[in-house]
Design a protein around this ligand. Structure first.
Ligand SMILES: [Zn+2]
Ligand SMILES: [Zn+2]
Length: 367
């Protein structure tokens, strides 16, 4: 079988769109015709060489589509089902899965960009085997993936919307609403008003936060953040966000979320919280990044610093919650999509992300 995909052969170089040979789904796998794929910063880190991944690779981990073929032993989905694809298809039996932390699945991490049996499903015409980012690689017309990546959804949900639930919405909304100690009336800061940041903001709104402070370096992104529930905005290019937050709140905020993922934003987030406050790092920083935390404050002010990956709990469980909120009209996903591209325009889509344009770009595939 064949598929057309964007392949990253060399970091810092455009990805050519080429035809690849694709194997049939093996045991426990499905073939999905991709409907939409989100333009997320995590893929961009790989393109720029800031995160190390084996090459050549098909990137794209935020996607949804229709199952067109199922391999042997697949019972959770059938041909014709529309589904959101989880970028951590969990194995179900490793220690992390057993502990209820399927978003951290150990087997998934070990096998990485190959399928669960450790082999590849894609080859180029030089017979070079191609990796699939997060076992998906949704910058491709068709994807072979473990069936457990699939979360079946109603046909009435557009692919554009369901694709975003695959990463940005789940990471942002889930990273906030799944925190154990978050309660109504708490004050919150969200650093970074990109795709994940806007969703963390609407996550805070769902939790009835009393104050939601959005911090970014772009005024147009901050303007956009008001639509999702930000009550105050701070441009950290023009003013020190820590001072600005303390002058707004008096003694700091209950929760600060770093959705950007950078040594400086994490430190600012940490310093923005009040005594007993919690900082949650949601955005993935370039590999090797470290941050400096004032050690006296973390003890004397009893502060917490946490990480949150893919919404902090089972991704499928966060998908379920988000779809319920979505049906009730309590979260907004559609208006986040500000740019639409064809697969052939993928390199331009990432240039727009690099320029810091607001909202989310989406690659739409032909029917
Ligand atoms: Zn992502
Ligand atoms: Zn596992």
């Amino acid at each position: 079988m064949l598929t057309r995909a964007a392949v990253l052969y060399k970091t810092l170089n455009p990805m050519p769109i080429i035809e690849l040979e694709q194997d049939r789904p093996k045991f426990g796998e499905v073939r999905v015709k991709i409907g939409a794929a989100g333009v997320c910063a995590s893929d961009h880190h790989v393109m720029k060489g800031e995160t190390n991944f084996p090459l050549p690779i098909v990137l794209g981990h935020e996607g949804s589509g229709k199952v067109v073929e199922v391999g042997e032993g697949v019972s959770n989905v059938k041909e014709g089902d529309n589904c959101i694809l989880s970028f951590v298809p969990s194995c179900g039996f490793c220690r992390s899965c057993r502990m209820g932390l399927s978003q951290l699945c150990d087997t998934n991490r070990i096998t990485g960009t190959r399928q669960y049996d450790g082999t590849y499903r894609l080859k180029d015409n030089n017979q070079i085997q191609i990796h699939q980012f997060a076992k998906l690689g949704v910058f491709s017309e068709y994807v072979i993936a473990p069936s457990q990546a699939c979360y079946v959804i109603d046909d009435s949900i557009t692919f554009e919307t369901s694709a975003l639930i695959g990463c940005a919405v789940t990471t942002g909304v889930g990273g906030v609403i799944n925190q154990k100690d978050i309660r109504a009336g708490m004050s919150v800061a969200v650093f970074g008003a990109g795709g994940v940041g806007l969703n963390a903001i609407q996550g805070a709104r769902l939790m009835n936060a009393s104050r939601i402070v959005a911090v970014d370096i772009y005024d147009h992104k901050l303007e956009f953040a008001y639509k999702y529930g930000a009550t105050d905005v701070i441009n950290s290019k023009n003013q020190d966000p820590v001072k600005a937050i303390h002058s707004l709140s008096g003694d700091g905020l209950d929760f600060a979320f770093d959705t950007f993922g950078h040594s400086e934003t994490t430190m600012q987030a940490f310093k923005s919280t009040r005594k007993g406050g919690t900082t949650v790092v949601i955005g993935l920083a370039p590999e090797g990044s470290v941050t400096q935390i004032p050690m006296v404050d973390i003890v004397r002010d009893q502060k917490s610093l946490l990480g949150s990956y893919y919404g902090s709990i089972s991704p499928h469980e966060t998908f379920r919650k988000i779809l319920e909120f979505y049906e009730l009209g309590r979260i907004d996903i559609q208006s986040m999509v500000t740019r639409r591209y064809k697969l052939a325009e993928i390199n331009e889509a990432y240039q727009a992300l690099d320029r810091g344009e607001d909202g989310r770009g989406v690659i739409l595939f032909d029917d």
